[in-house]
Design a protein around this ligand. Sequence first.
Ligand code: ASP
Ligand code: MG
Length: 413
Amino acid sequence: MSLIVQKFGGTSLADADKIHRAARRAIRAKLEGHRVVLVVSAMGHSTDELIALARGICSDPPKREMDMLLTTGEQVSIALMAMAIDAAGHEAISLTAAQLGLFTDSAHTRARIQRISRERIDRELEAGKIVIVAGFQGVDAGGEITTLGRGASDTTAAALASILGAEVCEIYTDVDGVYTSDPRIVPKARKIDAISYDVMLEMAAAGAGVMHSRAIEFGKKFNVPIHVRSSLTDARGTIIMNETSNMEAISVQGVTLREDLAVITLHGVPNTPGVAARIFAEVARNNILVDDIVQNIYDDGRLANLGFSTNAGDAREARAVGERLAEKLGIAAVSVDEGVSKVSAVGVGMRTHSGIAATMFEALSHAAINIENISTSEIVISCIVRREDGQRALRFLHDAFKLDQSPASTGAD
Ligand code: ASP
Ligand code: MG
């Protein structure tokens, strides 16, 4: 019998009506002949509310206790969901990560899944029940409760779908799929029918906030299709799946914007072998994420300005690391620019289509937007622009790549 995993996010469980609605959807799948595993997030914004409660007690709560607190949100949801299914006359059972046997490492607040036991789930499914699993949580080898990071119920769902060999992992949410760009900024953005795991991973990294990246990685590794869709309608959403030749035919599938970046620049870096290695080793040792790197050589090759972009949240720490390095390596000055954004174009078709970079630069030039840095990889081209230009740049790129038009001839589905 085929098995499907359905995951409901907080907004799709915000009140009793919505919980009943989600329950009906699971029951329908069951009546259609599937085995059904449900993964649920905490209701509405309750995780944020729990965090606020903790902050009301102290500013830096122990991580173990944060996990203890935050996992209660999902425990509320699984119980209410099981009650809703029971009230509709069907059998269900709710399980926490510990009851199920979803084991993680011991890194509280950002644990990684190590092993999932099938035994309990299989037994309950065999008994004809809908199994409801608390997302976002795990248990370590010592029995301590952990969490997998914000938004990680997606990852619980994809991991379960992977080990159970599910036909599909359905992610029910308050949007009707993955869009060519952020519809709040680009009103012409269009829903994408099908997208490859790799493009989705790049879009997520480049700023598209639809799904937790690790969920996409699980889907990719075990080749489980992930269907992102609305919990309010029956409309088909976006399928994240293996790459098809149809996807290759589309040059660019989406454009994204990151507004949470800062650029750290070391000015007057001695341009000698080994300096970059020392700088980036130190940056890595301090767990500062490096996004793109820019280097300009001057003074007849004797000196360089070496910059890198990082998460805005790491900017202060990055400056401190830069200043320590400046002292050690005889670097003239360190500057931090928090007024930048990054726009990116993403698509597997970039491998085979030429002229994509040219289209991107032309579009920005038409918009009179200055490009401060360019970086490229196999399926992504990104430009750093001034923060105030970012949203306009996104709209211009969306037009330039004609993303508002459906790629009819290619029919990715
Ligand atoms: N409730 C958790 C959070 O808000 C997990 C999730 O929703 O995916 O981050
Ligand atoms: Mg989410």
